[in-house]
Design a protein around this ligand. Sequence first.
Ligand code: FMN
Length: 188
Amino acid sequence: MSKLYIPVLAGTTREKRRSIYAARLVAEVGNTFDEIQTEVIDPIDYTFPGDGKDPENKDPKYTEKTAKAQGFFIVTPEYNHSIPGSLKRMLDSELTNYRHKPVAFGGVSSGPWGGVRAIEQLAIIVRNMGLVSTSKDIQFPRINELFDDKGVLQNEDFIQYIHKAWIELIWMSKVLKAGRDNESSNNI
Ligand SMILES: Cc1cc2nc3c(=O)[nH]c(=O)nc-3n(C[C@H](O)[C@H](O)[C@H](O)COP(=O)(O)O)c2cc1C
């Protein structure tokens, strides 16, 4: 059976971003599961000229990856109690490629709350895209201490948290894939 492709979407292009360490770790743990293949989709590598999902404002590379994805794991920092504009812009560039697919969330902050407010906002946004969110979020609080300056994790407990989040996301990915493959589209 071919592997499910479930990419990790990174949330920001900020030059000194720390959340990329969390996103990379989530992908690393994801690739320990035999049944999936993952990678980080980094908004820094994509170009979205204008707002919206008109053809001229899409990046074909992102379209291709979201079309083949069976689910998504979004790892985002919290900026002013919400998600960064670069993540919103990237998400807004597609719509039908998300429909009836699952999404898990990881939140990042330098403070104690690990991006919970960004995740709460994001849950509302993705619902409108037809994505179905899992309930097993991961919080990465105090990101400056959680990873050292080379991006090495300082608290191994997080491997287990990430592992559990993947188990739920993979289950949801299989179930929703079976639904998409076996039920005719309701076209609403
Ligand atoms: C524009 C901006 C807004 C921020 N707003 C919040 C916030 O609302 N809540 C919070 O806990 N941290 C906030 N922070 C601090 C971030 O948690 C911290 O910079 C963290 O490292 C973000 O991830 P990044 O390094 O990948 O950008 C903000 C940081 C930036 C750059």
